[in-house]
Design a binder for this molecule. Structure first.
Ligand code: PSU
Ligand code: MN
Length: 301
């Protein structure tokens, strides 16, 4: 396993001292946000995690090596190069074997984090069951990864570009608990609420840590979704964002966007149609999730 992994000095040292570590994905940098906000946010998120007494480990593949922890130059490279594949479970052997560059999705990051012995991961939103999946069968590999890989994922729920109800059904079937941090309802990424309830509301980091430890102590394989609503002051009004998402979905259909291009296409269109407001909310919620994940990693260590 270690032939494939390369730890940064900071993460290697944190591991040897058994300090709390938070994994971070890189598709959000390469395919989720435009430059320069992507690189700036990646750096800010790392700083927030350090400021709360944990160590950030941004994960990506460079020249076929799975990097656990990146330098600022490597973050910059991911944020500016066009030569970076979006890497989910399916794509990992290709990018490693062909010595390419890859940015890991939630699924890809969970796999690499588990290999590296990291149990807590912060991101923006997870992938899920797409609207119309009964026709397209477009279901993110993130959900299947949550079913089998032992990593807790702190996110702001899932975007309503997805079918949130079907996403919850899929997670239930696969035994993935969705915990609401100080909320009864599933947050919908840009907004703090959705019409759906979370499985369990927990109000303290200590309780969430106890839940996670108990799941794994019971020998139950798989991840946990910790849903953390976007801060109130950064929230976008639900009816406003819903109309824009409808528009973006219509364009995706008209332009026959399929496969792994769907999510990046929708993110980019929503950003443009909101005049950048969605990007500001996205940045704020990622930072908010990083802070909670750092606290959780500290509690778990
Ligand atoms: N949702 C976001 N921002 C993102 C993604 C999802 O709000 O950047 C990325 C994540 O990396 C997630 C991936 O794992 O998109 C899901 O892609 P797909 O639906 O193709 O599995
Ligand atoms: Mn898909």
């Amino acid at each position: 396993m270690n032939d494939f992994l390369v730890f940064s000095d900071e993460v290697a040292q944190a591991k040897s001292e058994q300090r709390p570590i938070v994994a971070l994905e890189s598709t959000i940098i390469s395919h989720g946000m435009p430059y320069p906000e992507n690189v700036q946010t990646a750096k800010d998120v790392e700083r927030i995690i350090r400021g709360r007494g944990a160590v950030p480990a941004t994960i990506a593949i460079l020249n076929g090596k799975i990097k656990i922890g990146l330098t600022e130059a490597e973050l910059e490279q991911l944020g500016t190069s066009r030569d970076v594949e979006k890497v989910s479970r399916r794509d990992l052997p290709y990018v490693v074997a062909m010595k390419k560059h890859g940015a890991t999705t939630v699924a890809g990051t969970m796999i690499c984090a588990e290999m590296a012995g990291i149990r807590v991961f912060a991101t923006g939103g997870i992938g899920g069951v797409h609207r119309g999946a009964e026709q397209t069968m477009d279901i993110s590999a993130d959900l299947q990864e949550l079913a089998c890989t032992n990593v807790a994922v702190v996110c702001a729920g899932a975007k309503s570009i997805l079918d949130l109800g079907l996403t919850l059904e899929y997670l239930e079937t696969h035994g993935v608990p969705v915990i609401g941090y100080q909320t009864d309802v599933l947050p919908a990424f840009y907004s703090r609420t959705s019409p759906f309830r979370v499985d369990y509301r927990l109000d303290s980091v200590e309780e969430i840590a106890r839940f996670i430890e108990t799941k794994w102590a019971l020998g139950l394989q798989g991840g946990i979704v910790v849903a953390n609503p976007v801060p109130k002051e950064d929230e976008l009004e639900e009816s406003y964002i819903t109309a824009i998402i409808e528009q973006a979905l219509k364009e995706a259909e008209q332009q026959h966007i399929t496969g792994k291009a769907v999510t990046p296409f929708l993110l980019d269109r929503v950003k443009t149609l909101t005049g950048g407001k969605s990007l500001q909310a996205n940045i704020a919620l990622v930072k908010n999730n990083a802070a909670l994940a750092a606290d959780l990693a500290r509690e778990l260590s």
